[in-house]
Design a protein. Structure first.
Length: 259
């Protein structure tokens, strides 16, 4: 099968799925292009550790025994989106009971994408320090697949890519009726709003559970006072690689790194 045949088949699939989305009853597909998405983010500590290829089987087994059926932690995150830009941050809403003991100081964390200017600016707190990363915007090398499912009331198609630095296999589901290239966390660059991301077979899952189409006002505003170490993409990736290499050599899990 040559490349042109594959391309034609994918175009046919996209057209059919789009027609199905418009045909679904009791749904609103008005091509609205501005609003907010709330994501339920689920971390599975055991799966995160098991995905770390340099850790021994003994260490992985001990982690599974220690965590047992308490290996998941959930939280909410918000994405603000428009045709021109997006901003992703932690939500003030709680997905876990307060008594679990995770009510410490709120860390600096937001991820922004400017699609019009093709730039990005992220603020991340790691290891007690704040890092401000900004540079030109480059989308992941997505491979669009053929599977379909419904997420938050929208028919979605999936796509994948592999993050070779973080050793992560990413599967994303994007809505064909919301033509926005935004998504949760660092994920973007698909021909529709990303409503779900699955990293390393469930080690981390971000799923949209509430979408509100509305005109945004101050949601994209940046903090007035923001201090931290400024980096470009290369400097940040070099820093992460050095940290991961150190943990690999010490045979330790890289806790503290944004997964």
């Amino acid at each position: 099968m040559n490349f042109n045949t594959i391309l034609i088949k994918k175009q046919i699939i996209l057209l059919v799925v789009a027609m199905l989305a418009w045909a679904l009853p009791n749904k609103t597909f008005s091509q609205q292009t501005e609003g907010t998405v709330r994501y339920l983010t689920t971390y599975d500590w055991v799966k995160m550790i098991n995905s770390c290829d340099y850790l021994s089987k003994d260490r992985k087994d001990k982690a599974s025994y220690m965590w047992g059926n308490r290996s998941e932690w959930k939280m909410f995150n918000n994405l603000y989106f428009s045709l021109q830009k997006s901003k992703y941050e932690d939500s003030e809403e709680k997905a876990e009971p307060d008594e679990e003991g995770y009510n410490g100081r709120k860390e600096t964390f937001f991820i922004t994408r400017n699609f019009a200017a093709k730039t990005y600016f992220d603020a991340l707190e790691m290891f007690g320090k704040t890092y401000l990363i900004s540079d030109s915007l480059k989308a992941p090398s997505w491979k669009i697949l053929n599977d379909m499912k419904e997420v938050a009331g929208h028919v979605c198609m999936n796509a994948s890519y592999t993050d070779t630095l973080m050793h992560q296999k990413i599967i994303a589901w994007f809505a064909l009726d919301i033509p926005i290239p935004a998504g949760p966390d660092r994920f973007f660059g698909l021909p529709g709003l990303i409503l779900e991301v699955n990293i390393n077979n469930g080690a981390k899952i971000m799923t949209a559970d509430k979408i509100d189409f509305k005109t945004l006002t101050t949601e994209f505003d940046m903090p007035k006072k923001l201090k931290g170490k400024q980096m470009n993409t290369l400097a940040y990736l070099t820093y992460i690689k050095k940290f991961l290499d150190e943990k690999r050599k010490a045979e330790e899990y890289p806790w503290g790194l944004q997964y």
